[in-house]
Write a protein that binds this ligand. Structure first.
Ligand code: HEC
Length: 271
């Protein structure tokens, strides 16, 4: 490549870069106040239950949750944790949830695959038998697995919430929205194959015994499902934060004791 060609190509890139940026300008996620943010953040159990309901009734039609098994739901810190069942495999709610799913198992002694109701140790089944089938049902786009999505994306919790609520903007000039595509300024490039999901009245929340009534507005559903997905990304985060705090307190006490012992040992010595 000659120098002039290199210069010409660089000039062309310089000219087209701002044009590209303008076309698919991605909005920064809106910042939200999460209960689980920061070193002392924790998940709200009622919110995790509502978020799971949204995942189950809306997102699970297209998105898998491969890294989760039903028993995770009943582990400490999870949406259906019950201290009466330290082993989540015995947790009645978890067992009931698992039983609602049909799991393909096998092969049996005759080499046949067979179907059976789920048990707590099973992973959430994927809505599609393979990625090709998933693409075929979604206009060629693959709905990503949601187990790790909150950690896999930059500013994940805010990103997913903004994306879910980010429909209804006019596509900027120069962006052609083809059939089966939707414009959403929070998605890289602005065009995606997932339509608005959390419309008014999509799920209805039941009030847990003694809990407060929560209305299923789009904002509320988005916040709840993101909290659930953030928990699912790292189910043991709260436990780890608590252990960290205990270790910190232990170290501080140890430090104090060491200082005290040092003073005692050297108290009779002239410096
Ligand atoms: C009808 C099927 C369908 C449903 C229901 C659905 N999605 Fe999607 N979703 C898709 C498809 C297809 C894509 C990929 C879009 C693309 O790449 O163009 C997608 C993409 C996404 C992304 C973007 C991931 C990325 O790559 O940054 C997130 C996050 C997401 N979905 C979350 C959800 C959540 C949460 C729900 C439930 C509230 C949900 N989706 C419901 C089909 C669906």
């Amino acid at each position: 490549m000659t120098i002039t060609r290199i210069l010409a190509v660089s000039a062309a890139l310089l000219v087209s870069a701002p044009a590209l940026a303008a076309e698919g300008e991605q909005h920064h996620p809106e910042q939200h106040d999460w209960t689980f943010a920061g070193p002392f953040g924790t998940f709200d159990r009622d919110q995790l239950q509502r978020g799971f309901q949204v995942y189950q009734e809306v997102c699970a039609a297209c998105h898998g949750l491969d890294m989760m098994s039903f028993r995770n739901l009943g582990e400490e810190g999870g949406p259906f944790y019950d201290p009466e069942y330290p082993n989540p495999n015995d947790n009645e709610v978890v067992r009931w949830i698992a039983e609602q799913y049909v799991i393909t198992d096998g092969p049996d002694d005759l080499g046949e695959m067979f179907e059976r109701p789920g048990i707590p140790a099973d992973s959430f089944p994927n809505p599609y038998p393979n990625p090709q089938a998933a693409r075929a049902s979604n206009g060629g786009a693959l709905p990503p697995d949601l187990s790790l999505i909150v950690n896999a994306r930059h500013d994940g919790a805010n990103y997913v919430r903004s994306l879910l609520l980010g429909y209804g903007h006019e596509a900027p000039e120069g962006v052609t929205v083809r059939p089966g595509q939707y414009y959403n300024p929070y998605f890289p490039g602005g065009l995606l194959a997932m339509g608005p999901q959390l419309t008014e009245g999509r799920v209805s929340y039941t009030t847990p015994e003694g809990g407060e009534e929560v209305e299923a507005t789009p904002e509320q559903m988005a916040e709840d499902v993101v909290a659930f997905l953030a928990w699912a990304t790292d189910p043991h985060a709260t436990e780890r934060k608590r252990t960290g705090l205990i270790v910190l307190i232990y170290m501080l006490i140890l430090c104090g004791l060491t200082w005290f012992a040092y003073r005692q040992v050297w108290s009779n010595q002239e410096h």
